[in-house]
Design a binder for this molecule. Structure first.
Ligand code: BGC
Length: 370
């Protein structure tokens, strides 16, 4: 009995010790807080999970502590994420806004705490509270998509279906502008005939579109960057189009996720004999589609470079230096100093050299590579 009590006492003291230690450690961690906070739009799209993976890889050996949070498609969650990072004492915020205008509130909250705000991939609009912008050349992305369609079209009267990203994303306008610059002369000369947007048809003689005009087209053909919305739109366009509007069709799809949805939908229509469809992001699933011939091209945006550029910027700021920039982007209120990265067109012809030989992906992630 006595012996049992003694053992019990030892156990109790031991357990108390563990409880005390467990109670201490989170508080200690919290006071150490991350220096850099990263907020990304959503885990529901492979594009942003790709960015998280590349950030983690790039920061593996860094002395700075970093925390990455996802907004899950909600500007309210985005603001809460930023506020929680501010409470934990970050000095630099790297943020890819869910909605460019709505994110102004989060950027302003960060600025008010003296935090440097770096807009990542998508520009935060309508506020002075953005210090820097790291981005790909988004006009070039759209131009490459348009050019691919042009290069694969012969003759006249080719049916053209247009799709766009979310109007809340400034990039959707840049992608569309880049594509329009290339496609419009080929619509004007009869190579292509727009089949799914009355607004685009009304504006088809204009070589340049105002933001408001682009907005009108985008509102008709937006996917909102959502796979289901892309599929539903494609279905309804195919339902209202007659057999004569189909045949060998050309599809401007804004990114890989929506391209796969739209391609799958067009593939089931008996009156569509073939289609050429664009994309961007070089998502693994789309690279497989390209190898299989069910997506025609993608625009490869090497996320490693964007991640590296934004980390370099953050570290320059933390070291008290001014980051390198290469130009600027106007966000409606101010010119934001920016660092821009070029993009690469990938089709079946160069999938091996652009994505495998460059060690962006491993060949084992795909089937049917030659
Ligand atoms: C990004 C694209 C992405 C899209 C949807 C854009 O702002 O630049 O890479 O596919 O958002 O998330």
């Amino acid at each position: 009995m006595f012996k049992n009590r003694k053992i019990m006492a030892i156990v109790v003291v031991f357990l108390m010790g563990i409880t005390l230690l467990a109670g201490c450690s989170p508080a200690e961690e919290e006071s150490a807080g991350p220096e850099i906070g990263i907020v990304l739009p959503t885990r529901d799209e492979p594009r942003w999970v790709q960015d998280e993976t590349r950030f983690n890889a790039a920061l593996e050996d860094s002395d700075y502590s970093v925390e990455i949070l996802f907004s899950q498609g909600s500007s309210a969650t985005e603001l809460t994420n930023v506020e929680s990072l501010l409470t934990r004492g970050i000095e630099v915020l790297i943020i890819c806004p869910q909605d460019g205008d709505a994110a102004a509130a989060a950027a302003e909250a960060a600025k008010a705490e003296g935090v440097t705000v770096i807009s990542y991939d998508r520009l935060i609009t309508g506020t002075e509270a953005v210090d820097y912008y790291v981005t790909f050349d988004s006009i070039a992305v759209g131009a490459a998509q348009g050019q691919y369609l042009v290069d694969n079209a012969t003759g006249t009267g080719n049916p053209l279906y247009l799709y766009a990203g979310a109007a809340s994303d400034n990039n959707a306008f840049l992608f569309f502008e880049g594509a329009w610059n290339v496609l419009q002369p080929k619509i004007a000369d009869g190579t292509f005939v727009i089949k799914n947007s009355s607004e685009a048809v009304n504006l088809q003689d204009n070589a340049e579109l105002t933001r408001d005009e682009m907005g009108r087209i985008i509102n008709q053909v937006t996917t909102n960057w959502d796979f289901n919305e892309a599929k539903n739109k494609a279905e309804s366009h195919l339902t209202s189009a007659g057999a004569a509007d189909k045949g060998d069709v050309f599809i401007l799809a804004p990114n890989d996720g929506t391209a796969r949805s739209i391609a799958d939908t067009f593939a089931t229509d008996g009156d569509v004999s073939s289609f050429i469809i664009t994309g961007q992001d070089a998502e693994i699933a789309s690279v497989q589609y390209i190898i299989d011939g069910t997506q025609s091209m993608t625009v490869f945006k090497d996320v490693r470079t964007l991640v590296e550029d934004s980390i370099d910027m953050a570290l320059a700021v933390l070291d008290g230096n001014t980051p390198d920039t290469t130009g600027s982007y106007n966000n409606g209120v101010t010119d934001v100093p920016a660092k821009q990265t070029e993009v690469i067109v990938v089709s079946q012809d160069n999938v091996q050299s652009a994505l495998i030989d460059s060690e962006y992906y491993e060949a084992s992630e795909f089937t049917g590579l030659e």
